[in-house]
Design a protein around this ligand. Sequence first.
Ligand code: 5GP
Ligand code: SF4
Ligand code: MG
Length: 465
Amino acid sequence: CGIFGVVGVSSAANFTALGLHALQHRGQEAGGIVVHDPDQGFNSVRRFGYVRDNFTSQDVMDTLPGPIGIGHVRYSTSGSKGATAIRDVQPFFGEFAMGGAAIAHNGNITNADALRRELIERGSIFQSSSDSECIIHLMARSLQRNIPERMKDALRRVEGAFSVIAMTRTKLIGVRDPLGVRPLVIGQVGDGWCLASETCALDIIGATFLREVEPGEMVVITEDKVTSHRPFEPARPRFCIFEHVYFSRPDSILGGRSVYETREAIGRELAKESPVEADVVCPVPDSGTPAAIGYSLESGIPYAMGIIRNQYVGRTFIEPSESIRNMGVRLKLNVNRALIRGKRVILVDDSVVRGTTSRKIKEMILDAGAAEVHFRIASPPTAWPCFYGVDTPQREKLLAATMTEDEMRDHLQVDSLRFISLDGLYRAVGEARGRDPDAPQYCDACFSGDYPVVPADQLERGFAM
Ligand code: 5GP
Ligand code: SF4
Ligand code: MG
């Protein structure tokens, strides 16, 4: 999901809509904005679909007055899936002591089932099926005397991955979980401040990047100042390495590194690790593009746009239903025949999950008369589900969970298939010595099975680590 918040500007809703629009790649199912105005109190709009279709008309924006606001774009990883229920669309707002608060959450709470059971037993009335709602109830039940303190109480009970933006009537609060699995940055805009999942959301409103919220940090922002708090036991950070590979936008800066440059470096690593003789390097757009450029630069094999992406289709993976995803590949990608016929083609994509994309692309490339097809993948085999906010399917559906690299190559019927090594990926994100096996610098559970936070709910549901 994508989250955004702003305080100290004339129309928080306008800035929030723009910020969310820049974060649309992080969630396309639904979006919402909550604002507060001294005269008109809290107001919110939550809708299915794209930001540009819901938060551009004057009629809607006029219902969202005030100098402070937060917003969320949704990509369902918990709660209802497929047809998201409107009740699961964030931000969530709760009225309780001291005027209440609204929250927007990116990530996934790994002990949400247990928390929800406990809260319901004690009388909480849930409005949604989302894991994130637990935070509001825990805040409402805390006995602390102000909302930031109540939020600390609440989040100390929560396990898993969370970047959260909350707002009260006057304050904006941003928190990252102790491992800092999901991103969150602070910007300065005019006389005000903003918080966003990624720096690309600062660029769109002309905000200056101040710094990242640090793993385990809570920042409390009023119109005139930012204060920093440390609510959790210190821990070694484990940022999601897949944000670098796929999830974030290439024009964002993560941990001081350009996402685009990291992806290009991944492509270079891939070319060094797994060279092959061929005539062209083609990306599977858009997610494979920077890595394909890196592969081409390193290998000297010309880059070609052998597959063209229809720009009016979103991220297919994120469409939760299998049938839409299957159709999605053809709706979204088409072969540029003139560049492919008779050629030995290297196809570069960011990941193979179920194998749907690669299988379809290979068929299309062979139909177009390619002489050979070689897949190069910018991440290691995805053999484990993510429980921290990326919607990978159950383990059985992951191609790499049941097959070796050679078996996958045969299954996909391609001439060769190679994934970047885990160490190669770490080198590309700037860890010159690769992955430290005793203390990995990132979360890489979907590749390694090494889960930095025990996925308690999943274990209870029978998941075997
Ligand atoms: P597959 O078709 O193998 O199931 O999925 C791989 C494709 O889905 C890749 O092209 C990748 O760009 C795309 N994708 C979109 N969202 C995600 C995501 O959240 N995780 C992964 N691993 N791949 C995703
Ligand atoms: Fe990121 Fe993979 Fe870890 Fe999920 S399991 S947080 S996708 S690295
Ligand atoms: Mg893709």
